[in-house]
Design a protein around this ligand. Structure first.
Ligand code: TXA
Ligand code: MG
Length: 345
C-alpha cells in the first residue's frame, strides 16, 4: 500500500480529480504534484500534522522553511504581512512563474512552514496542475521539492516514487503529470531587506528581476559550510547530490573528454554528464541527466559548467552543490591524480 500514483492531464487537469485532491489536502493528506520547475510534495499550511510529515518524509531538518504556493496575489491575505511596491511589481511581471518571494509572515502561517522565523516564502506556480490544486484546496499549499533532503530534485513522477514512495502513507497521492517544463527550482528573492537579494538562482533569470526592480543583489556562489545555518538553507553547499562523486570542469567538453581518457588509461571508468547547449535546455535536462549518470555504475562523473547567463546561473549553482557531495572543497577538476583518488575513495 502507501501512496497512490494517479495520472493527471498536465494541460487540462480534470476538475473532479482536482476537487477530490483539494479535499484530501484539507483533510491532512500529502499530494506530490508537478509544477513548472520540479515536482513538489504538498500539504495544507493549516495542517501541522501534514506539515510535520513533509519533514519526516524528506528527512528535512525543521530549521529549513517551506515555500507556500498560492493561486494569485489576492490569496496572500493573512499569509504575508503586507505586500510592498517591489513585491507588487514583481508579482505583476513574473507571476504565475518560477519566482519565490520572501516577505514578512502573516498570521495564517504555521511555525512549521517558516521554521519559526519572521518571514515566509511564497509563489504562484505556472502549471495547470499546481495552480488547479491550490485553487481547489482553497488554502495555501506548502511544498518543498519532492526528494529526500540533499538529493537530486524530481522532474518526473517516477523520480518522486523512487525518492519517497515508501515514506508516504495510505491516502497520500503522487500525481503523474509528465516531466516538468523548466527542470530547476524557482529563483528565491528576499524582499525583507532594504536591497532585494537573490537567495537561490533558479528558473527566473536574475536579469528579469533587474529589469523590474532596477537593482538586485545576487551573490554569485553562496559557499557556506554544511554546519552553518544559511539565510536560505537551500544555499547549503552540499545539495542536489548524486551518490557517485562528481567533479566540475571549468572549460569545455574536449577538456573533460581528455580527462576521461587519461582516467581510463589508469583503469578508472569516468563519464561525462553531457548537457545540451543553451541554458534553458541545460536546465531542463540537468536533473534527469544527473540521475541517469548516477545509476550508470561508473566511479566518477565529470560535468562542464555552462554559460553563466539567464538560467545558466541556476544550472551552475546546482552543479557546484552537486559536486560538493563528496569532493570536499575541491569540486573543480584539478590533477588527474586527485581525480583518480576521488574515484577510488
Ligand atoms: O521551484 C520551487 O521552488 C519548488 C517547487 C515545488 O515550487 N520548491 C522548492 O522548495 O524548491 P524547497 O523547499 O526544495 O526549496 C525552498 C527554498 C529553500 O532553499 C528554503 O530554505 C528557502 O526556499 N526558503 C523557504 N522559506 C524561506 C524563508 N522564509 N526565508 C529564506 N529562505 C526560505
Ligand atoms: Mg529542494
Amino acid at each position: 500500500m502507501g501512496a497512490e500514483m494517479v495520472e493527471i492531464d498536465p494541460v487540462r487537469p480534470a476538475t473532479r480529480l482536482l476537487d477530490d485532491l483539494g479535499a484530501r489536502l484539507r483533510a491532512g493528506a500529502l499530494v506530490a504534484f508537478p509544477t513548472e520547475t520540479v515536482y513538489g510534495l504538498g500539504a495544507s499550511i493549516d495542517r501541522p500534522d501534514a506539515l510535520r510529515r513533509i519533514f519526516e518524509a524528506k528527512s528535512r531538518p525543521s530549521t529549513d522553511p517551506l515555500i507556500v504556493h498560492v493561486a494569485g496575489i489576492d490569496a496572500l491575505e493573512g499569509v504575508v504581512d503586507g505586500v510592498d511596491d517591489r513585491a507588487l511589481r514583481l508579482a505583476d511581471a513574473c507571476w504565475p512563474g518560477p519566482l519565490t518571494m520572501v516577505l514578512p509572515r502573516g498570521p495564517l502561517v504555521d511555525d512549521l512552514v517558516t521554521a519559526g522565523g519572521p518571514s515566509v516564502a511564497v509563489r504562484v506556480p505556472a502549471h495547470p496542475v499546481a495552480i488547479g490544486l491550490v485553487r481547489a484546496a482553497g488554502v495555501g499549499i506548502a511544498a518543498p521539492s519532492a526528494n529526500r533532503f540533499g538529493r537530486i530534485s524530481p522532474t518526473t513522477a517516477d523520480d518522486v516514487r523512487d525518492e519517497l514512495e515508501e515514506r508516504l502513507i495510505d491516502g497520500d497521492t503522487i500525481l503523474a503529470g509528465g516531466p516538468t517544463p523548466l527542470g530547476i527550482e524557482s529563483t528565491v528573492v528576499d524582499l525583507t531587506t532594504h536591497r532585494p537579494t537573490v537567495l537561490r538562482h533558479g528558473g527566473l533569470p536574475w536579469e528579469d528581476l533587474v529589469a523590474v526592480l532596477g537593482h538586485v543583489d545576487a551573490p554569485e556562489r553562496r559557499v557556506v559550510g554544511d554546519d552553518v545555518l544559511a539565510a536560505s538553507p537551500g544555499s547549503l553547499i552540499r545539495h542536489y547530490s548524486p551518490d557517485t562523486p562528481l567533479v566540475l570542469v571549468e572549460g569545455d567538453e574536449q577538456m573533460a573528454d581528455a580527462l576521461i581518457r587519461e582516467l581510463a588509461d589508469r583503469g578508472v571508468v569516468a563519464r561525462l554528464v553531457g548537457l545540451p547547449s543553451g541554458p534553458e535546455a541545460a536546465a531542463r535536462e540537468l536533473y534527469r541527466t544527473l540521475r541517469a549518470a548516477d545509476r550508470s555504475g561508473v566511479s566518477l562523473l565529470l560535468a562542464v559548467v555552462v554559460d553563466p547567463a539567464g538560467m545558466g546561473r541556476g544550472v551552475n549553482d546546482r552543479l557546484y552543490r552537486a559536486a560538493h557531495g563528496r569532493g570536499g572543497a575541491e569540486c573543480v577538476a584539478g590533477s588527474v591524480d586527485r581525480l583518480e583518488m576521488l574515484a577510488r575513495a
